[in-house]
Write a protein that binds this ligand. Structure first.
Ligand SMILES: [Mg+2]
Length: 309
């Protein structure tokens, strides 16, 4: 009988996991799993417990349920563990970018069914300085949106909260003079926004096609300072559907496995990492850890998003 260590964030999203937990456990047990449940008690609890469970050698997989933040913590824990076991993920946060990209549905029972039937696939993870991230590290104009959006607003309007909150910030753009090195390439300019991603969806609205979870590469998008409101509008329009890699007038899109960003002025750059605020990140070093974690992926996942089919 396979043993699962199941980390559950009961507060995530609309705290709806509470009403489904009994049925989820029933489904897991019926599928022949022996489950140990751990409801998270504090920030970083999920990371600590995932590392501990993985290293104990007592479990065959760690499962976690929560939003992007909980998934980030579980992955962080597994990355720290010397012995790394596969990860299953039942999303129940308000945005769930990563789950959406990988094809795990928002419906908790449906997601449980698909993860139970899932296939372990190696996916990349990232580090930004010492911190782990799954799918996005971003700085600038819109990055303070997630942590400034109160939890109750996120619960009511979900992904839309991000967009609405972002719109109120456009008049108040800050620029950052930065030197950016992506593998062999170097750029220096005034940027209002930059994101390093490994996901098809960001903030529930942006869509990045032509990417892979396991290619050892991130997609990097840098937005230069716009000269007019019209230019900014064009840029935002472009961001809704990114599929070109290359340098444009306003936007640079490229792909790299290692990125360093140096700020050329003294300022506090707002960064977010998987939707959470990160302090004190004037200079950052970002590394893609290729295929570092095994994730249980639905059989119906879009296989074009994986280089190992
Ligand atoms: Mg990739």
């Amino acid at each position: 009988m396979k043993k699962i260590y199941f980390i559950v964030n009961l507060q995530a999203g609309k705290a709806e996991m509470g009403s489904y937990l009994a049925e989820v456990l029933n489904m897991m047990t019926r599928a022949g799993l022996e489950v140990t449940v751990h409801p998270t008690q504090a920030p970083l609890d999920a990371a600590y417990m995932a590392a501990k469970a993985s290293e104990s050698g007592e479990y065959d997989a760690v499962w976690c349920s929560g939003g992007d933040g909980t998934l980030n913590e579980a992955m962080t824990g597994l990355m720290r563990a010397k012995h790394r076991i596969p990860l299953g993920y039942i999303p129940c946060g308000s945005v769930n970018d990563y789950a959406r990209s990988i094809g795990i549905p928002r419906d908790i029972l449906k997601a449980t069914e698909m993860v139970l039937d899932g296939v372990p696939r190696r996916v990349d993870t990232g580090t930004i300085n010492e911190r782990c991230f799954n799918y996005i590290a971003a700085f600038g104009a819109f990055t303070d949106v997630t942590y400034e959006t109160p939890q109750n607003v996120k619960n009511v309007i979900g992904p839309l909260a991000y967009v609405i909150n972002a719109a109120t910030k456009i008049s108040d753009l800050r620029t950052f003079r930065m030197n950016v090195r992506c593998d062999g390439q170097e750029f220096e300019d005034d940027y209002i926004y930059g994101m390093i991603t490994n996901s098809a969806s960001v903030g529930g609205v942006l869509d990045i096609s032509d990417f892979q979870f396991d290619d050892g590469m991130f997609e990097i998008t840098l937005i230069k300072q716009p000269n007019s409101a019209l230019e900014l509008r064009d840029t935002l329009h472009f961001l809704r559907d990114i599929h070109e890699i290359g340098e444009g007038e306003q936007v640079i899109c490229l792909r790299a496995s290692e990125i360093t960003i140096q700020l050329r002025e003294s300022a506090n750059v707002p960064w977010t990492v998987d939707g959470e605020y990160m302090r004190n990140a004037t200079n950052v070093h970002i590394v893609n850890h290729k295929q570092a974690v095994e994730l249980l992926v639905p059989k119906s996942a879009n296989l074009s998003c994986f280089c190992e089919r």
